[in-house]
Write a protein that binds this ligand. Structure first.
Ligand code: ATP
Length: 590
């Protein structure tokens, strides 16, 4: 397939607002691809050359892309910079400059999708001295054979700013549409993706006609994490997890127990063992193996060759007899360095689930059975221990356990349905969290920063007065604003945020952001922060879940922490905000 054809489809996709139409357009593109090309195309649409857990990054700096563009177009660096300053989009500048050049000379050879992909991969693998020069060479060669429209997407891709507005859910719909004309295979595609976190691989396997229903988890392919729902109190949790039926008066009939686990405020880790080799993935599924030598050592000593299990890691100081939270763990790691940290504050991993053991995919095995397998696996290990739990069907016992957890400095509890499978990549009622309260809110909100304000008065020195934050509409994929946050930032956070935001500011409102407010600067939606608030209210100023001009908003919002372990795709959704709003109503009616 020629890349010029891909660029034409991209250009159409960019102009479409409806997600369904967008998927239809991509389906058409996929139909013209061989399965191996579909894999390459999917990575490119995701803005990468491999699934993100591979850690490959094309990463050409703006300055270098400008030089490559100057080299190809024959214009001076100065001229390219001037045009870029005007357009604010180096891709658009590339398109315009190459269009002028095209009038003078016809380009040499045509780029195929496979050639473009192979070049990007080459660029991503270049490192060390002289690599930037070599990257410029590869990009210039691609630009030489490119139409102006192709150039636009090549340049944007290299800068990590493809901006097609196509998320993984749209690609999944498109794959099914490419084969069946509708979304018939959506569920089976989603499951395969959740089990390997590699949509490129899923696309290739699927479009070569193989049966995805037998797709299995495998070591060194991170599983998209199971997530917890929320309910406001012990009674509702027991009713949800311990009953399948209701009596005539519609009261749930309690027929089984549930597990109630301690909720540790640490760092989520997915540990993989493959033929004795260990790999550790973060919640965002990035490799972080080298950061935790003590967990690697402990995992390698387990009585299994191949396994995937999950837990929450906390630093423990034997001297102080105290656990440290996620934030404290990270801060200490920065201060002490990896080795010293391992010595002074050894980590303990509280294992809470197992998804694979010695060639067996356990994701469809019920929780209770998985738990037994997990306990047997980590028995006798010092650093990896099973999470603490009780089994109960009594709201009173659940409540007592919750209160005890809080008094021990834990964050709350996570109750789990004994008969449910591991629901990879989804927030389902298989797990329900109950946390220490945040005002009237059942939980804090993880919001994406979409813009920021400049500081006034004392804030002036930080060039930072607060942020505009948004939640994710999971139906449309849009980011809808929910709060303007000025409070809760430490001075250190203010200056480091100001620095980071400065780097990602954009001239215009980013595509996919829906806002009535106009911050001093818009930014690429990349940074996620945890926000606490007194309650959720309705407001005409915000667009989250907006109906008839009124959206949901956070009242007295304040920053709690940076969430480096989350990407915008993991932000709180509008659906969750609405369910928290409903819970708040039920709470105040009690
Ligand atoms: P989420 O992971 O649900 O998006 P979050 O990252 O903001 O939200 P919380 O809502 O506080 O975190 O709770 C869920 C997280 O709790 C899990 O992702 C996991 O990291 C952590 N956790 C701690 N203890 C447990 C446990 N016993 N079982 C499952 N998860 C646990």
């Amino acid at each position: 397939m020629l890349f010029s054809g891909v660029a034409q489809h991209f250009s159409k996709v960019e102009a479409i607002d409806s997600r369904l139409e967008m998927s239809g357009e991509i389906a058409g593109l996929l139909q013209g691809c061989k399965p191996s090309e579909a894999r390459q195309l999917v990575y490119i649409m995701e803005g990468n050359v491999a699934p993100s857990h591979e850690g490959l990054d094309v990463g050409i700096g703006e300055k270098f892309a400008i030089r490559a563009l100057a080299k190809t177009s024959g214009y001076t660096v100065h001229r390219v910079e001037a045009d870029y300053k005007k357009s604010g989009d180096l891709g658009a500048t590339a398109e315009a400059l190459l269009a002028k050049k095209a009038q003078l000379s016809l380009s040499s050879s045509e780029n195929t999708l496979s050639k473009v992909y192979a070049s990007f991969l080459k660029i991503a693998r270049m490192s060390g001295a002289g690599s930037q020069e070599a990257k410029i060479g590869v990009l210039s060669e691609l630009l030489n054979g490119a139409t102006p429209l192709e150039a636009k997407y090549l340049v944007r891709f290299c800068l990590g700013k493809l901006r097609l507005g196509v998320g993984d859910p749209s690609i999944i719909d498109a794959l099914s549409m490419a084969r069946h004309g509708d979304k018939t295979d959506k569920a089976v595609l989603e499951r395969a993706f959740n089990l390997c976190s590699d949509l490129g691989e899923v696309s290739e396997v699927y479009l070569s006609g193989k049966d995805l229903s037998r797709f299995s988890a495998a070591p060194f392919k991170p599983i998209r994490p199971a997530l917890a729902e929320r309910l406001p109190n012990a009674k509702e949790i027991i009713e949800k997890l311990c009953s399948d039926e209701k009596d005539e008066g519609k009261t749930p009939i309690i027929s089984r127990k549930c597990a109630v686990e301690a909720k540790y405020d640490g760092l989520r880790m997915q540990v993989h063992l493959k033929d004795g080799e260990v790999e550790i993935y973060s919640r965002k599924l990035e490799k972080m193996t080298h950061m935790f030598p003590e967990i690697v050592e402990a995992a390698a000593a387990l009585p299994a060759k191949n396994a995937i299990f999950e837990g929450e890691a906390l630093a423990y100081s034997a001297r102080e007899k105290k656990y440290y939270s996620f934030q404290q763990t990270i801060q200490r790691k920065r201060k002490h360095g990896v080795e010293k940290m391992a010595e002074d504050f050894p980590l303990r991993l509280f294992a809470f689930d197992i998804m694979y053991l010695d060639s067996e995919d356990l994701t469809l095995t019920p929780y209770l059975e998985r738990r037994k397998i997990l306990e047997k696996l980590v028995r006798n290990n010092k650093a990896i221990v099973p999470s603490d739990l009780i089994y109960t069907d009594s709201p009173k016992k659940l409540d007592e356990y919750f209160q005890r957890a809080l008094s021990e400095g834990l964050e709350g509890i996570i109750a789990k349905d004994l008969v449910q499978p591991y629901v990879a990549g989804a927030r389902k009622f298989a797990w329900i969290k109950l946390k220490k309260s945040y005002g009237e809110l059942a939980d804090s909100v993880d919001a994406v920063i979409v813009g920021y304000y400049l500081g006034k008065g004392a804030r002036e020195e930080f060039k930072f007065g607060g942020v505009l934050a948004a939640v994710r509409n999971d139906e449309t994929g849009a980011l809808e604003t929910i709060a303007k946050i000025g409070g809760g930032f430490t001075e250190e956070e203010m200056s480091s945020l100001a620095e980071e935001l400065e780097k990602i500011k954009t001239k215009e409102k980013p595509r996919g952001v829906i806002s009535k407010l106009e911050p001093d600067f818009w930014v690429e939606p990349k940074i996620v922060i945890t926000v606490a608030a007194d309650e959720i209210t309705l407001s005409p100023m915000h667009t989250a879940g907006s109906v008839g001009g009124t959206g949901y908003a956070l009242r007295f919002p304040r920053m709690v922490s940076m969430r480096d372990d989350k990407s915008p795709a993991d932000a709180t959704t509008v659906r969750e905000v609405i369910s928290m709003f409903e819970m708040q109503r039920r709470k105040s009616a009690q």
